[in-house]
Design a protein around this ligand. Structure first.
Ligand SMILES: Nc1nc2c(ncn2[C@@H]2O[C@H](COP(=O)(O)OP(=O)(O)OP(=O)(O)O)[C@@H](O)[C@H]2O)c(=O)[nH]1
Ligand SMILES: [Zn+2]
Length: 205
């Protein structure tokens, strides 16, 4: 898997001073970033998140989705615990890229839901490939995670790569009137777990 470590530095944030690890996916040219805190290579499950890039939500305060709020909540949770890891994956727009996501938003402004919009553009509902995570986790010495997500595909992808998901930690935040339809579609069509019933569950492999 041609994802190679390039360099690491400190990254002070309002939540904690993380270590930032930079990786290059030589197959695609994509530059991925991991933020870590504390000793994550001690073999104990690490509080973690796989966060897919969302320029609009993460950097431009968009309320169309819940990404920015989830990113902040995940970093805060890691800081509270003093230990954890966040993989910031450059898979913008569930893998279709920023400009195609804007095309998809245009279709959604015309009435399509988030899945229909992708499909009308000729894409799958979710084009992400989590295989890139394995070399990054291996480099960091992480074998087991307590994964902050509502997305069952992330749990399955990690488990399929023999990364232990010791617990799924729900990440319910950032709900607002602008994204209620989007979140309902994710729950209905993509299987996202947005209720409270799975709190602290141990996923089945
Ligand atoms: N194609 C498309 N992508 C979107 C849309 N809204 C948000 N996204 C992208 O969806 C992805 C959301 O990623 P994540 O926050 O990692 O996760 P998730 O799959 O929602 O799962 P969680 O771990 O529960 O948050 C980002 O890449 C966003 O850019 C949309 O309407 N269309
Ligand atoms: Zn988003």
């Amino acid at each position: 898997m041609p994802v190679v470590f390039v360099a690491a530095s400190k990254l002070p944030t309002p939540f904690a001073t993380f270590t930032m690890h930079g990786f290059l996916d030589e197959a695609t040219g994509r530059e991925h970033v991991v933020l870590s805190l504390g000793d994550i290579a001690d073999g104990q499950p690490v509080l973690g998140r796989l966060h897919s890039e969302c320029l609009t939500g993460d950097a431009l305060f968009s309320q169309r989705c819940d990404c920015g709020s989830q990113l902040e909540a995940a970093l805060q949770a890691i800081a509270r615990e003093g230990r954890g890891v966040l993989l910031y994956l450059r898979q913008e727009g569930r893998g279709i890229g920023l400009l195609n996501k804007i095309r998809a938003y245009e279709l959604q402004d015309g009435g399509a839901d988030t899945v229909e919009a992708n499909e009308r553009l000729g894409f799958a509902a979710d084009q992400r490939d989590y295989a890139i995570c394995l070399p990054m986790l291996e480099h960091l010495g992480v074998k087991a995670l307590r994964l902050m997500t509502n997305n069952p595909r992330k749990v399955k992808a990690l488990t399929d790569m023999d990364i232990v998901v010791a617990e799924r930690v729900p990440l319910h935040t950032g709900h607002n009137p602008h994204n209620s339809h989007y979140l309902a579609t994710k729950a209905g069509k993509l299987g996202h777990m947005l209720g409270n019933e799975h709190q602290g569950e141990v996923p089945q492999a």
